[in-house]
Design a protein around this ligand. Structure first.
Ligand code: HEC
Ligand code: HEC
Length: 433
């Protein structure tokens, strides 16, 4: 009121108008979409963001954190890879980055020749695998990167060969079969306190698109019903704004990145989580001191900031045009609300803002996987980009083959009594996210 009167008084003289405008623009906060920095000052935050993005992408795609000391130094996996042809590599789900090799080379290459695999590794073209070569050109060591499980390619050159899709889970990748190629699995057997035969059985039980991140903590390879305890490889896209990560909410993105780089990839770094010092819940972790890892050289901690930044910048991919029925999806959006789905999957994050964990009973499934985590809960999965990872099924272990199966499960569990039309519409809505 007071300021308004003052402005009116000023308006009395025409000469005061430019002055007034100047005063307003100086006081007004930068409006949306406008740069907040003053002209002429360097955009420190913007350039820092660009730098973090580039560094994080490099780490996500190419960094092994020194884990070749484990995969090659201990397991000797390079010995096996020397005789693996590109065709075999593609068959176990490995992907080739077509942009890392000249077009002609791929067209001419003999996909049955293991020497071509070495050449692809030399050019850094096998997604998620890094080859290290001796001066004479021999494959000396192999390490793995985050991209192994959390990237695929768009198949633009051929099946399994194309441009990288960072953050997309590789549901073709048979991690167990690849690790099982290692000539020396005794260290894994010793770690788990079992014999090598058992390690083979466990690795072969995972199947494509799955991995068991908790096996090396609790040694539980099978569920009570006898099926594999492995979970699906989740997407690493669309995670910004989401609180708890992993299917069972172990912690934040950067928590889990440190966990994986140290404990699963066996990189050289530092890791601290006293929750793992629990001989009953996590006997393998407690026995091996996984709750307090201190490597001589820390190749992980300096990379965590940019790695997290990059992951949070990866958007969930939009569904391709025509991949769902738009009218049905619009009706399905209403069903999503009336059925109460959006009380947990809160749009537009499609998980709860805040603490997004639930008991097994709440969602009507068994608690086996939840019980293998510190809080004993399941995390509400963010649903954006569902269409891009339908292969392998839904829920942490892929127990529901299709979205319709998921909807049928909720219909029974929450006693929703959805009509056939409502179910179809809801599925179309889920495909549209
Ligand atoms: C061998 C395959 C594999 C590799 C390599 C791997 N991950 Fe994962 N990642 C998984 C699996 C499986 C899960 C699910 C774990 C769970 O829920 O217990 C997961 C979960 C995640 C999540 C949680 C996603 C969500 O929905 O909240 C993030 C983030 C992630 N990984 C990032 C990374 C990063 C960064 C790296 C490299 C440092 C990496 N992962 C390396 C297989 C892998
Ligand atoms: C009580 C909270 C809650 C409610 C209500 C709920 N969900 Fe979920 N939803 C979850 C949790 C937790 C998971 C993770 C389950 C798992 O991975 O085992 C999940 C998983 C899913 C998934 C699988 C995602 C994936 O990538 O595998 C879909 C799809 C889904 N919910 C859709 C729905 C729909 C549709 C409704 C309404 C009919 C609904 N949810 C109601 C908590 C909830």
């Amino acid at each position: 009121m007071h300021q308004g009167k003052k402005a009116l008084a000023l308006l009395g003289t025409a000469s005061a108008i430019p002055l007034l405008l100047l005063a307003i623009s100086a006081l007004a906060p930068a409006s949306e979409g406008q740069e907040e920095r003053r002209p002429g000052t360097p955009d420190l935050i913007g350039s820092h963001a660009q730098q973090m993005l580039a560094e994080g992408r490099r780490t996500f795609r190419y960094d092994t954190f020194g884990d070749q000391a484990f995969w090659s130094g201990v397991l000797q996996i390079q010995e096996a890879l020397r005789s693996v042809s590109p065709r075999t590599a593609l068959a176990v789900g490995l992907k080739v980055d077509a942009e890392a090799v000249p077009r002609g080379l791929l067209a001419r290459a003999d996909l049955d020749d293991p020497a071509v695999t070495a050449e692809l590794l030399r050019r850094n073209a096998v997604v998620g695998l890094r080859g290290f070569f001796s001066q004479s050109g021999n494959l000396r060591e192999v390490g793995i990167t985050c991209a192994l499980c959390h990237s695929t390619v768009d198949n633009s050159a051929a099946p399994g060969i194309g441009r990288r899709l960072d953050g997309w889970p590789n549901r073709d990748l048979n991690v167990g079969a690849i690790v099982d190629l290692s000539p020396n699995l005794q260290p894994v057997a010793t770690l788990l306190g079992v014999d090598v035969g058992t390690v083979h059985t466990v690795l072969q039980s995972w199947g494509p698109g799955k991995f068991d991140a908790e096996l090396f903590l609790d040694g539980k390879a099978f569920r009570p019903d006898g099926k594999s305890a492995a979970t699906l490889i989740p997407p690493a896209f669309g995670l910004a704004g989401v609180d708890g990560h992993t299917f069972t909410g172990w912690g934040s993105v950067t928590y889990w990145n440190a966990f994986v780089a140290n404990l699963e990839m066996h990189g050289q770094g530092t890791f601290w989580d006293p929750r793992l010092n629990d001989p009953v819940k996590f006997p393998v972790a407690a026995r091996n001191g996984f709750y307090d890892v201190r490597s001589e050289q820390d190749l992980i901690t300096p990379k965590l900031a940019a790695l997290q930044f990059y992951q949070l910048a990866i958007p969930a991919p939009a569904p391709p045009p025509g991949s769902f029925n738009a009218a049905a999806a619009a009706r399905g959006r209403t069903v999503f609300s009336t059925a109460g789905c959006d009380s947990c999957h809160v749009p537009p994050l499609y998980t709860e803002p805040g603490w997004n964990r639930h008991t097994a009973e709440e969602i009507g499934i068994d608690s086996f996987q939840a019980d293998r985590s510190p809080d004993g809960k399941y995390r509400t999965t963010p649903l954006k980009g569902l269409w891009a990872h339908s292969q392998g099924g839904f829920y942490h272990d892929g127990r529901f083959a299709t979205l319709r199966d998921v909807v049928d499960h909720y219909d029974a569990h929450f006693v929703l009594s959805l009509s056939e039309q409502q179910k179809t519409d809801l599925v179309e809505f889920l495909k549209s996210l």
